[in-house]
Design a protein. Structure first.
Length: 192
């Protein structure tokens, strides 16, 4: 079974071992990441010609001619190109979206960036968002918070926060569901 997470880990490890590690010039690791993401985006837009060894050879010619115009590649960039071509040769390129998603997660962790989803019942004030971002940074140690916002009227009021696998549900809907469960069970329980 294909797992994007394992391929992403292999890519990040390859970058670290091939010149993107601690001894590398600042930005090398980042250059490899950007090169991979750019090429992956480009390949995803190609028609279904990208499959198998023959296509890998054609694709390598295309990639090499394109990167030749850019000049000499750093070791990290070369690793990114080779890794992408390996995905094609192993006929795993159809999974490129899951691999790039996982690579982005690895890179965000390395950069100290945390992705957060904040769902509201109605449009919140900006002060609440900035306070939430600061609190998340303080609790998680993240250097940056990437905040995705969504309005979900079914929440009735309040908010629901997704930080990785953690969900903090402070919505009126959740409180009403707790109250309903408490009343149905016949137990006295403080809901608020």
């Amino acid at each position: 079974m294909f797992t994007g997470k394992f391929w992403a880990a292999a890519f990040v490890n390859s970058l670290e071992k091939s010149g993107g590690g601690p001894q590398a010039a600042p930005g090398d690791f980042e250059d490899g990441f950007i090169t991979f993401m750019t090429l992956a985006s480009w390949i995803s837009s190609l028609p279904d010609m990208v499959a198998g060894r023959a296509s890998a050879e054609k694709l390598e010619l295309l990639v090499r001619s394109g990167t030749a115009a850019a000049g000499t590649l750093s070791q990290a960039q070369e690793t990114a190109v080779r890794f992408l071509l390996l995905l094609v040769k192993k006929n795993a390129i159809r999974h490129i979206d899951s691999v790039t998603k996982e690579i982005k997660k690895f890179m965000d962790k390395k950069r100290g960036i945390i992705a957060v989803s904040l769902e509201y019942a109605a449009e919140p004030d900006k002060e609440f968002e900035s306070l939430a971002e600061e609190a998340i940074k303080k609790r998680t140690g993240a250097s940056k918070v990437e905040l995705k916002r969504r309005i979900i009227p079914e929440l009735i009021g309040g908010y629901r926060l997704h930080i990785g696998d953690i969900i903090i549900d402070a919505s009126i809907r959740q409180q009403l569901q707790k109250m309903e469960a408490s009343l149905a069970s016949g137990k006295e329980e403080t809901v608020w």
